[in-house]
Design a protein around this ligand. Structure first.
Ligand code: AMP
Ligand code: ZN
Length: 465
C-alpha cells in the first residue's frame, strides 16, 4: 500500500513518493531561539520525527532541513535586556533545544541551518523577487506587494479581503502600502544587529529566512514542507509567494501541518503562560519516553489536550509494552504455532497500514496493543512458543523503529524526588562537617548520571550524558 499523506495545499489525502523516487527532500520550520521550547512546540517536532522515521521505513533516503531562527525582534530584545550579543543570547537556547530533542529521541535532521549564517542567500532571494516585480521600498525596508502576486492565498485559501495582520505579521512598526504586505528586508534600527545589502543595512524578515534556506539545501522545488497549523498563514503563504514569484516554479509539493497541543481547550503557548517545558516535567520525575509517547500517540491532524493523567497513562502504556518485551525475551522453548505466526504478521501489516494512512499513530498503537493483549493471554496458557517469540520481537522492533520508547529513558535512572532527597541529605552532611559523606552522595549521583552544581542560591542538578 502506498504512503498516503494529507496535503494542506490540495486539501486531500494523496499518495506520496519523493519526486526523484529515492530521496525525500523535506523542510521543517524550526524554533525561534529566544527561550526554552515548550512541549506544544515539541509536539510539532515529535510529529516530524515520526514522519521522518516512517518515510525511512518506506525505503526512502532523507534530506531534511530544519532552520534555527536566531535573529528576530524577541531575540534582539532579550539580548539587549541581558546586554550580550545575540549570538551569545541564542547559544544557550539552541543548546537547550538540542538537549530536549535528544531526550525525546527526535532524530536530528540532516541539516540544521541557522538564519544568521545564510543572509547572502536571503539577499539574493530578495533580488529575485525584485526582478520579478513584486517588491517596493518604504522607510528603508523592502516589502512584498501581495496585490501583484495573483496566486497569493492558495495555501490558506483565505479571502484576501478578510486577511488581517496576524500575530506574526510585522504590523504597524514598518510602513506598508497594504496591511497584508510583509517585510522582506527590515531597515536597521539604532543599536540592532544588521547586515549590509543592496537594500541598505538591515536584517531579513522571518518568512524570507525559511524560503532562502529551504531552497539553498533542497532545491527550488522539494517534496514536503512541515510546521504547526498556526504557521500556515501567514508564514507558509508568504514563503510560497516569495519562492514561487522568484523562481516561477512550485515550492513544496506537499504541505503537512500538525495540530496544536492544548491545555484546557486552549493552545499551549508561552504568551498564555499555560505551558510546560520538557525540563519542568522531567524534574518532576516524568520520563521523556512517556512525554514522547503522549505527544505522538494522537495523530498529527487531531488536537491533543495535555493532562497529567494523560502523561501517567502514557507511562503505563510504555510499561505494558516493556513488560511484554521482557516476557518475549525470556520466553522458554516450544514450537512456533501457525496461529500465532499469522496473528503476529497480521499485527505487523496493520501497524504499517495505519502509518501509511496519513500517519495514523493511534491505529498503529491499537494494532500493537491488540496483539500484546492476546499474546499475553496466550503466554499465560502456554500457547505461545519460542518460535513465535522471534516474530513478536520483530513486531516490537518495527514498532520501536518509529515510536522509540522501549529503551528506558536516561533520566529514569534516578527520579527527581530521589535526587532532591539526596541533595538535602548532602546539605545536612556538609552542615555537620561530614564531608566524606557529602562527597560520597555527590559521587554516587554522578555514577548514576546526575550532575550537581553548587550555586549561591543552592545546589542545582541535571541529568548528565
Ligand atoms: P515558534 O518557535 O513559535 O516558531 O514555534 C515552533 C513550532 O512549534 C512551530 O511549528 C509552531 O507551529 C509549533 N507550535 C507552537 N505552539 C504549539 C502548540 N501548542 N502545539 C503544537 N505545536 C505548536
Ligand atoms: Zn518557516
Amino acid at each position: 500500500m502506498p504512503f498516503k499523506l494529507y496535503n494542506s495545499l490540495s486539501r486531500r489525502v494523496e499518495a506520496f513518493e519523493p519526486a526523484d523516487g529515492e530521496t525525500v527532500r523535506m523542510y521543517s520550520c524550526g524554533p525561534t531561539v529566544y527561550n526554552y521550547v515548550h512541549i506544544g512546540n515539541l509536539r510539532t517536532f515529535a510529529f516530524q520525527d515520526i514522519l521522518r522515521r516512517h518515510l525511512r521505513q518506506c525505503g526512502w533516503n532523507l534530506q531534511h532541513a530544519m532552520n534555527i531562527t536566531d535573529v528576530d525582534d524577541k531575540i534582539i530584545a532579550g539580548a539587549q535586556r541581558e546586554g550580550v550579543p545575540i549570538g551569545e543570547f541564542t547559544a544557550k537556547y539552541v543548546e537547550a533545544f538540542f538537549e530536549d530533542c535528544r531526550l525525546l529521541r527526535l532524530e536530528r535532521p540532516e541539516t540544521v541551518p541557522a538564519a544568521t549564517a545564510h543572509v547572502p542567500q536571503m539577499i539574493r532571494l530578495v533580488q529575485g523577487i525584485q526582478q520579478a516585480g513584486h517588491t517596493y521600498q518604504n522607510g528603508g525596508s523592502t516589502y512584498f506587494r501581495i496585490a501583484s502576486w495573483k496566486e497569493y492565498g492558495k495555501l490558506s485559501r483565505l479571502d484576501a479581503s478578510g486577511i488581517k495582520a496576524g500575530a506574526r505579521v510585522d504590523a504597524d512598526e514598518y510602513a506598508k502600502e497594504d496591511a497584508r504586505d510583509f517585510v522582506l528586508w527590515k531597515a536597521a534600527r539604532e543599536g540592532e544587529p544588521c547586515w549590509e545589502s543592496p537594500y541598505g543595512p538591515g536584517r531579513p524578515g522571518w518568512h524570507l529566512e525559511c524560503s532562502a534556506m529551504a531552497m539553498a539545501y533542497l532545491g527550488e522545488t522539494f517534496d514536503i514542507h512541515t510546521g504547526g497549523v498556526d504557521l500556515q498563514f501567514p508564514h507558509h503563504e508568504n514563503e510560497i509567494a516569495q519562492s514561487e514569484s522568484a523562481t516561477g516554479k512550485p515550492f513544496a509539493r506537499f504541505w503537512v501541518h500538525s495540530e496544536h497541543l492544548l491545555v484546557d481547550g486552549q493552545k499551549m503557548a508561552k504568551s498564555l503562560g499555560n505551558f510546560h517545558t520538557l525540563r519542568d516535567l522531567t524534574r518532576r520525575g516524568y520520563s521523556p519516553a512517556a512525554i514522547r509517547y503522549l505527544l505522538v500517540s494522537t495523530p498529527h491532524r487531531k488536537q491533543l489536550n495535555f493532562t497529567m493523567d494523560g502523561l501517567l497513562g502514557a507511562a503505563a502504556a510504555i510499561e505494558r509494552l516493556r513488560n511484554f518485551a521482557r516476557r518475549v525475551e525470556g520466553a522458554a522453548g516450544g514450537p512456533a504455532s501457525a496461529e500465532w505466526s499469522a496473528a503476529c504478521a497480521r499485527a505487523r501489516t496493520q501497524f504499517v497500514a495505519a502509518l501509511d494512512d496519513d500517519l495514523n499513530t493511534a491505529g498503529a498503537l491499537g494494532a500493537v496493543f491488540e496483539f500484546v493483549r492476546s499474546a499475553n493471554s496466550a503466554m499465560d496458557r502456554g500457547a505461545f512458543g519460542a518460535g513465535n517469540g522471534a516474530e513478536a520481537r520483530g513486531l516490537l522492533a518495527a514498532f520501536d523503529a518509529v515510536f522509540d520508547v522501549l529503551r528506558p529513558s536516561e533520566s529514569a535512572r534516578v527520579s527527581a524526588e530521589e535526587i532532591e532527597t539526596l541533595i538535602r541529605e548532602r546539605a545536612a552532611a556538609r552542615k555537620a562537617r561530614e564531608f566524606a559523606r557529602a562527597d560520597a552522595i555527590r559521587d554516587g549521583l554522578a555514577k548514576r548520571g546526575v550532575a550537581l552544581r553548587d550555586t549561591p542560591g543552592g545546589t542545582q542538578w541535571h541529568y548528565a550524558d
